[in-house]
Design a protein around this ligand. Sequence first.
Ligand SMILES: [Mg+2]
Ligand SMILES: [Zn+2]
Length: 201
Amino acid sequence: MRIANLILDRDGTVIVDKHYLADPAGVELIPGAGEALAGLCRAGVRLFVATNQSGIGRGYFGVADYQAVQARLGELLNRAGASLCATAFCPHAPQEGCGCRKPAPGMWELLAGEHGLDPAATAMAGDKSADVRFGRRAGLALTILVLTGKGREHAGLLGLPLPTGDTLLLDSPGPDQPNAVCADLAAAARLIELVNAGGRA
Ligand SMILES: [Mg+2]
Ligand SMILES: [Zn+2]
């Protein structure tokens, strides 16, 4: 197995979760995330973001605000030596019942269709159970729960033990459980590099 693509949740995974962030000045990379993503880029892994932005559907901010935040994220990642291949977002409120709010597969189908992503060569990293379910339902090769953001709380919700080191591999995860729990995106990137080196998982 070689991981050629990584789909990232945004808030709580790549940037500090500021709860309905609409101000580009508030974009703050989680420590180590920029360097980790730069390393994956150098290794030829394409990076994507799939983010639920229900603040738009709830009327808290507009698409232009989301785009300004996204542009700032792009700048910070570029400065760290990483770049995103593409970004997908769900602008809907939960009660709209759309097909793109994670864990629904809409953003996977969009990105996979536009960029020819093979689920067997794609990983997902996120801090919530919805990210985990999204990755597992898409049949991705490797679904990772990171413990930044809401990750610790959601590890509890999913009945997962916490790693004693920076990564815990689950040998036979349930259908709503990840393949691995990683302390943060840096640990997730190391796991992907290990997998790609033929290490395991
Ligand atoms: Mg998140
Ligand atoms: Zn949606």
